[in-house]
Write a protein that binds this ligand. Structure first.
Ligand code: NAD
Length: 244
């Protein structure tokens, strides 16, 4: 049976992706730093191993991966989904805010991937990194978040280029807006309405619509897909319209 690690699995896109992996017969290591929430949701699911871990902390990542290997024996996919949002322009983003975003969104993916890659080499496994349409275009609001997500895209290409010879595939999913806790904390009513107008399908996406693409990219059906940046955004990116 295949094993996936999903970071940020306690809610939102990570939780939906976990359930889709389970539907397809995978076992899932659910990783999150929110201990109460993780324990609550994992208790209601069959086929999961919950591990509390902050993906910005190298020591916690090393311990998490050691536990996965001890208890599960193999890793076939890593979904680097844990993320934080912070909408602010350059002038209002002090170094602490900047670092807080980078530590989870970019350092976390670098560190988790580096720790897991030797195990993915054993299984010819896959990595899916979650960026955002916010990393595809500049906006007046998202210096730290958008820059971190642009970095995730390049890191993905780098992983595909360097680890392809190990049989590892790496791809990046850029979700459009989804009504999760993360998005609703930073999307004003004005942003919500502007997204509805700007997205050709005229709506937000669902967690499952993002998760289905993630699970596909981890599956054997995507065995020749690597190094790709895939927007799952109702057509928004294709319009060239600026971010709300
Ligand atoms: P969410 O806030 O609902 O879930 C994020 C989860 O990540 C939470 O359970 C949180 O506890 C966990 N997490 C955060 N920092 C962590 C850390 N350092 N270590 C371990 N766990 C941590 O958010 P979501 O909307 O489901 O976001 C998932 C991913 O999708 C993020 O990378 C986000 O940037 C990206 N994304 C979301 C949207 C959207 O509109 N919701 C759009 C584009 C991209």
């Amino acid at each position: 049976m295949k094993r996936a690690i999903v970071t940020g699995a306690a809610r939102g896109i990570g939780l939906a992706t976990t359930k889709l992996f389970l539907r397809d017969g995978w076992r899932v290591v659910m990783v999150d730093r929110d201990a109460p929430e993780l324990e609550k949701v994992a208790a209601g699911l069959e086929g999961v191993l919950p591990i509390i871990c902050d993906v910005s902390q190298p020591d916690q990542i090393a311990a998490m991966v050691a536990e996965v290997i001890e208890k599960e024996g193999r890793i076939d996919a890593l979904v680097n989904n844990a993320g934080v949002a912070d909408f602010g322009p350059i002038d209002e983003t002090d170094f602490k805010r900047w670092r807080t975003v980078m530590e989870t969104n970019l350092d976390g993916i670098f560190l988790c991937s580096q720790e897991v890659a030797p195990h993915l080499k054993e299984t010819s496994g896959a990595i899916v990194n979650i960026a955002s349409i916010s990393g595809l275009r500049a906006s007046t609001l998202r210096v730290a978040y958008g820059t971190s997500k642009a970095g995730v895209m390049h890191l993905t290409r780098q992983q595909a280029a360097e680890w392809g010879e190990w049989g590892i595939r790496a791809n990046c999913v850029c979700p459009g807006p989804v009504r999760t806790k993360l998005a609703m904390a930073v999307h004003s009513q004005e942003i919500i309405e502007a997204y509805h107008d700007a997205i050709p399908l005229n709506r937000y996406g669902s967690e499952d619509e993002i998760g289905e693409v993630i699970v596909f990219l981890c599956s054997d059906k995507a065995s020749f897909v690597s190094g790709q940046i895939i927007a799952v955004d109702g057509g928004f990116e294709s319009t060239g319209i600026g971010l709300p």
